[in-house]
Ligand binder design. Structure first.
Ligand code: ADE
Ligand code: ZN
Length: 335
């Protein structure tokens, strides 16, 4: 099963580029930028990776992101992820970045986006992997800050594909960001939002009805509302689920209790993703393997998840067909 998963062509749709910052790269970039990091060694960094909930994780994640200062830092970070993704047979990735995490430290928006977009272009040329950035608004900041960020993002519509919503979910409902999401849609961006990770099913409804999202990130709390699960299945609104993240942030106590399989069985378009792989102990393949073992998924489930990953992506229908036929060829070659 491990090699069946590993060699499977797939797409990744829920990945925070700041969450791919491995301890070694964090220390290297901190050194060259003379950043006084809270941590002195890889072991000290890893010792901090002990999270009771989302906020515990975000505190460490924002501390790590402080090392990112120059365009080259964002380039190196993005290239390191795309190399890793390519090794795991990821053919396409849609990558979150959090501009406000950097602009509030005085880093210019263009420094962040230019580093990311150059790495994306070079990776496609070098490895054939395609990718697109999704600009996330931090939901624990106010909507005015998100509106300012949108203004900046609109200048980079040739590279950025969509806007998203992330950071501390509880008490920061999607309804807080209706105006900025309206502006993003009018400006030609697609929309997604983290909802129902720690927050209630009602936040998923809000993201759908008020922010008009094309996908829900996480969305595992949908299982608390039967009519919502039916709606997601009927309207084919995908969930980008992140099993190891849910385990590490104690959204589920044990992967055996994870709702992924019941959501698949209800007909929801579920995808598997890594969220913040440097912090949660695994890239996309490790997420597929962990959830398959815990829920005893069959090969047909893995094929479905991989096909969903392309069907739920923001590529053209023609590209979807091309990638899905690669999956069929792969499965055929395995007899
Ligand atoms: N930012 C990075 N990872 C996140 C997650 N899992 N939930 C919300 N915001 C995030
Ligand atoms: Zn996330």
């Amino acid at each position: 099963m491990k090699s069946f998963i590993g060699d499977m062509p797939k797409s990744e749709l829920h990945l925070h580029i700041e969450g791919t910052l491995e301890p070694e790269l964090m220390l290297k970039i901190a050194g060259r930028n003379s950043i006084d990091l809270k941590y002195r060694s890889v072991d000290e960094i890893k010792a901090a990776y002990n999270f009771g909930d989302l906020q515990d994780f975000l505190d460490v994640y924002y501390e790590g992101a402080k090392v990112l200062v120059k365009e080259r830092d964002f380039y190196d970070l993005t290239m390191a992820y795309l190399e890793k993704a390519h090794q795991q047979n990821v053919l396409h990735a849609e990558i979150f970045f959090d501009p406000q995490t950097h602009t509030k430290r005085g880093i210019e928006f263009k420094t962040v986006i230019n580093g990311i977009c150059k790495a994306i272009d070079d990776a496609e040329e070098k490895m054939g992997i395609t990718s697109k950035p999704i600009m996330c608004f931090l939901r624990d900041l106010d909507e005015n800050s998100a509106l300012e960020t949108l203004e900046e993002g609109l200048k980079y519509k040739d590279c950025i594909i969509a806007v998203g919503l992330d950071s501390a979910e509880i008490d920061n409902p999607p309804s807080k960001f209706q105006e900025v999401f309206d502006g993003a849609l009018k400006g030609g961006f697609l929309t997604v939002a983290h909802a129902g990770e720690e927050g209630p099913a009602s936040y998923i409804w809000e993201a759908i009805k008020l922010l008009h999202v094309s996908r829900i990130d996480h969305g595992v709390h949908a299982v608390d509302d039967k009519s919502l699960v039916e709606y997601l299945a009927q309207k084919r609104i995908p969930l980008t689920v992140c099993p190891l993240s849910n385990l590490k942030l104690e959204v589920v106590k044990d992967l055996k209790e994870h709702p992924l399989k019941s959501l698949i069985d209800e007909g929801v378009v579920v995808t598997v993703n890594s969220d913040d792989p440097a912090y949660f102990g695994g890239y996309v393949n490790e997420n597929y393997v962990a959830i398959s073992e815990a829920l005893r998924l069959g090969k047909e489930d893995i094929v479905q998840l991989a096909k969903n990953s392309f069907n739920a992506s923001f590529i053209s229908e023609q590209e979807k067909k091309k990638f899905i036929s690669k999956i069929d060829e792969y499965v055929g070659s395995k007899g």
